[in-house]
Design a protein around this ligand. Structure first.
Ligand code: GPP
Ligand code: MG
Ligand code: MG
Ligand code: MG
Length: 342
């Protein structure tokens, strides 16, 4: 594993150098240095689960056959395209969510020299993806499918992000619309496709598969992605900032988080009143009241129950899949996130 990660990181350096050679940055060294610093700050510093999963999944689909150097490079490059996509989303999401820290450091837009230049950096990150794909996959039979996949998943994510954001519009805040089905819709779109389906879809395309033949795999991965975002919502409030690398803002931001949905389901009239009065306010005193209410309702216990039920359900659907190789891919994914603390 450590070895796989170091191989993967070497591919980052190769891709970065290629992108920095772009004639767009020939004019000034400043621009090249800006992009390099921006990439190093935002692309490689996460858990790299999404990226590494492309290589993992591709290996499992090859059922033990040794990968060639070229295959490792290509699977890593696709993995990095997903990490680039994630960096693009996070740079912009942190502006939209008014967040402070990410991966244990200030959010990129919080750096005094950066500010709203971060919005353009997001666009640059996004545009690096088709450049990487063009350079390394143009002659592959699945090139068009790859481009289409990345476009589709980006659209799905932006659509989920939009629903996530418009539920929090000032003056239209309304807790009564926060239900499990709205939550599911938001997280399926904003998280599940890009965080779970995309890695396996890339590996399937590299293996010569048609994605239309793998709708069942997609459905399982979407369910896994929903479970993953419920964990993210939980950690936003109950995770240790030193471990998750970010300080939660969901309560302040009036987010349709799994926690508030559950709280609304479980609370009595008096608790509901307290929730309405304190949810979505920036003052730490209001936030503390919401957190105290979550504890009163034992949302930690409710989450633990949800977590084990989801795990069992996912294992059952994985084991119903006809292919052992696909089962191995899905189980490896699930193993990486079950009971995660970050
Ligand atoms: C996670 O939401 C979703 C994203 C990062 C997708 C963003 C999509 C864009 C089109 C910008 P989150 O806000 O709960 O994540 P985190 O807790 O990491 O801030
Ligand atoms: Mg967000
Ligand atoms: Mg966020
Ligand atoms: Mg979150």
């Amino acid at each position: 594993m450590a070895d796989l990660k170091s191989t993967f990181l070497k591919v980052y350096s190769v891709l970065k150098s290629e992108l920095l050679e772009d004639p767009a940055f020939e004019w000034t060294d400043d621009s090249r240095q800006w992009v390099e610093r921006m990439l190093d700050y935002n692309v490689p510093g996460g858990k790299l689960n999404r990226g590494l999963s492309v290589i993992d999944s591709y290996k499992l689909l090859k059922e033990g056959k040794e990968l060639t150097e070229e295959e490792i490079f290509l699977a890593s490059s696709l993995g990095w395209c997903i990490e680039w996509l994630q960096a693009y989303f996070l740079v912009l999401d942190d502006i939209m969510d008014n967040s402070h820290t990410r991966r244990g450091q200030p959010c990129w837009f919080r750096l005094p020299k950066v500010g709203l230049i971060a919005a353009n950096d997001g666009i640059i990150l996004r545009n690096h993806i088709p450049r990487i794909l063009r350079k390394h996959f143009r002659n592959k039979p699945y090139y068009v499918d790859l481009l289409d996949l990345f476009n589709e998943v980006e659209f799905q994510t932006a659509s989920g992000q939009m629903i996530d954001l418009i539920t929090t519009i000032e003056g239209e805040k309304d807790l009564s619309k926060y239900t499990l089905s709205l939550h599911r819709r938001i997280v399926q779109y904003k998280t599940a496709y890009y965080s779970f389906y995309l890695s396996v879809a890339c590996a399937l395309l590299m293996s010569g598969e048609q994605l239309d033949n793998h709708i069942d795999v997609k459905n399982i991965l979407v369910d896994m992605g929903i479970y993953f975002q419920v964990q993210d919502d939980y950690l936003d409030c109950f995770g240790a900032p030193e471990t998750i690398g970010k300080i939660g803002t969901d309560i302040e931001d009036f987010k349709c988080s799994w926690l508030v949905v559950k709280a609304l389901e479980l609370c009595n009239e008096e608790q509901k009143k307290a929730l309405h009065e304190n949810y979505g306010k920036p003052d730490p005193a209001n936030v503390a009241k919401v957190k105290a209410l979550y504890k009163e309702l034992d949302l930690q216990g409710v989450f633990a129950e949800y977590e084990s039920k989801s795990y069992e359900k996912l294992v059952t659907s994985i084991e119903a899949h006809p292919s052992k190789a696909v089962q191995a891919v899905l189980k490896s994914f699930l193993g990486k996130i079950y009971k995660r603390q970050k």
